[in-house]
Design a protein around this ligand. Sequence first.
Ligand code: NAD
Length: 507
Amino acid sequence: MDRRALFAMSQKLPSFAARSYAFQEYVPIRNWIGGKWVDGSTGQWLAVENPRHGMAMGKVTLSGAPDVAAAVEAAKIALPAWKNTPMRERAQVLFRLKALMERDLEELCWLVSHENGKTFAEGKGDVEKGIECVEFAIGLPMMADGGQLDVSRGVNCRTVHEPLGIVAGIVPFNFPVMVPLWMVPNALMAGNAFILKPSEVVPYGAMKLAELLKEAGLADGLFNVINGQREAVEAVVDHPDIQAVGFVGSSKVAKILYGRGAATGKRMLCLGSAKNHVIVVPDADVELTASNVIASSFGCAGQRCMASSLMVGVGDVQPIVDGMVAHVKKIRLGEDMGSIISGASRERILTYIAQAESLGAKVLVDGRGASVDGSPGHWIGPTVLDNVTIEMPAGCEEIFGPVLSIVRQPTLDAAIALQNKSLYANGAAIFTTRGAVARHAIEKLEAGMVGVNVGVPVPREPFSFGGFNASKFGHGDMTGWDGFRFWSRPKKITEKWAVYADASWMS
Ligand code: NAD
């Protein structure tokens, strides 16, 4: 047995040694249950690819219902003591997690870059935004008092936020560290035990989190990782002792799981796909708009649920389009922009471009055929399509790749109407120098997160993240205060402590 396999059998992963984009293998990834690495019960493994190189860097175990049941049993053992731990003491674990993530920042960033195909800088964005979610959760003791009031003489009402018990999260490929941390810190701070099902395509970031949480002092069983695909996911959603599930991924899966979990009585919050419209009006600042729209569309190779994938140009915005094209042409593939997650994704994206072209779209910048040093990785260069209509698949479906489609509209209201007709309503933005135009757009745009002169209007902590319509199934949002509320339940307490006999509930 070689060194990597031996490490994988032991209870500590070796450090990920890569400090550059050069291909690097890593250990096989098993499940993390009760503080131990264990193989999935299916006996099957899936190759984990480094998308930049198009080669397997490792493999991940696949799981089913027995593995989820084992994680639930481990959680049940750990839960009572954690529920009885005061919140400020729970926060100490997360203080240490933050310090450990900062200690291992470079390793985490390279790991994310290798498993996901992001550039190092984008990997850093993933990890640092994850740390921000940890910081928010650390601050919860300052916010989580439920409120109280003397409602009549001698009678007091108050609310306390109780843990739900065992809860779970199912996450997508595009942010291997941040999206788990949208959920885990808030859920742990609320006093729950957590079961995470990472994306099978990028399982490594979550496994490092498991190790760091253990090193931070979290008791075994409070954080478990079950790897796998649909079988593992369905086992999580169906398990009767899991009280709540947070999901982030495509709308198709989000909708199915939302219904399936709710039918078992679970609390479900499922975030889905996006087609974010960015409206550009002629008075917009040319340079600010061009640089921000391009950064939004092509950051993380467009594989972000907040990427502006459809620009709606109102009237004559040609100088801004020209500015955008100039910016796009400066993007160095492999250095400023990473690769596509898989060969299948690459093919899907290429089909959208070809279809749009055949339906009359004009290819202003063509990323087809681009590659980096002839590597067999999954590359597509930044692509800009003009004269797209929302009837074309590229105009109305989520492409989730480095493709910006431009649609032209005569008026601001027509542009807003396009967004409001979209199936998805995650984010939308407007670029303008006029306050009245911005205000009108804010009021009329139907999207969960709206930006003004901001290409990626992600609400930073303590604000919560979530879209409207088919971009979200469930009530409330995922991060920030809403996140804490999702992972806890409010208990309403009414007490009467009065020395006067005539004091009553209504007095
Ligand atoms: P995906 O839906 O394919 O996978 C997400 C998770 O669901 C993974 O853990 C996967 O194993 C599991 N899964 C996949 N198919 C399943 C099935 N049939 N039954 C049960 N489970 C299944 O999504 P992805 O490709 O990993 O991620 C990209 C998608 O995620 C995009 O649509 C993107 O918009 C969305 N996303 C949304 C947000 C948001 O906040 N709204 C954030 C990030 C990504």
